[in-house]
Design a protein around this ligand. Structure first.
Ligand code: NAG
Length: 242
């Protein structure tokens, strides 16, 4: 099919990382739950602090989803010099801030993040009350560009295909005209692999226009689309059919 133009535009958050305090529970009075969103490949600094005194001679422990060992610091020894019981998922990707120990800062950075790092992180000082010093819910988002293919001309119009592959969280995919009207489409085909989602959405368009395949991830406030010009010349496809 001749004369189609494809263009991709991203609408990003003004800041890629935003943190907001959502709730706190009674037995974790010292720590509210912090929700955090980063894009896959970026660094995620998970914040934790005991106060303002040195924690060089203390023990702190970061866990994911209550069980996976992410990072443990014990009086100068930590996983980056002794990785025996660290979860293999995190090996070589989690670092503390040596200079910051003097001021009580037990934050760590995951560098770089993967979609599968999404989950719930806790930072504990087991020999202090309260033990728990922070609880962070991390979402690592991946927002691939939709890819449009023009499949075939049928007696009903031109069949177009849009694929969004490897997205997280699961995107809502829609066909729209450039003017913003939703184009009715077939049932989306959704599959999951390795913790991210592939979504395929097909439709048949009946008139020449610029069409956009839009992927929206509400949870991370992200929208991305690819646009293409589809020419529908009734005489032409009727000629092909007959
Ligand atoms: C701890 O140190 C890191 C790295 O310098 C910094 O990003 C973070 O804000 C600090 N956190 C606190 C609670 O001071």
């Amino acid at each position: 099919m001749d004369g189609h133009v494809t263009r991709t535009t991203m609408k990003l958050l003004p800041v890629l990382v935003f943190v907001c305090v959502v709730s706190s529970t009674a037995d974790e009075s010292a720590s509210a739950v912090i929700n955090m969103v980063v894009r896959e490949g970026d660094d995620a600094v998970l914040s934790c602090s005991l106060g303002s005194r040195s924690i060089k001679q203390e023990l702190f422990d970061w866990k994911k989803d209550g069980q996976k060992e992410v990072f443990m610091y014990d009086r100068g020894s930590h996983y980056n010099n002794n990785p025996s019981s660290q979860d293999p998922d995190f090996r070589g990707r989690v670092f503390h801030f040596e200079q910051q120990l003097d001021v009580g800062n037990a934050s760590v950075v995951i560098r770089p993040t993967k979609v599968t790092d999404s989950g719930s992180y806790t930072c504990d000082f087991p020999f202090h009350q309260p033990r728990r010093r922070s609880h962070i819910v991390l979402v690592v988002g991946a927002s691939p560009e939709p890819v449009i293919k023009i499949l075939a001309e049928t007696d009903k119009g031109v069949q177009v295909h849009c694929a969004v592959k490897g997205a997280f969280p699961k995107p809502v995919v829609q066909w729209k005209t450039r003017a913003g009207n939703i184009v009715p489409a077939e049932e989306p085909q959704v599959s999951e692999r390795g913790g991210s989602y592939d979504v395929i959405l097909q439709t048949t368009v009946t008139k020449t226009d610029y069409y956009q395949c839009v992927a929206t991830q509400q949870e991370i406030n992200h929208k991305i689309y690819t646009e293409t010009l589809v020419r529908v010349v009734p005489g032409e496809f009727l000629f092909i059919i007959r």
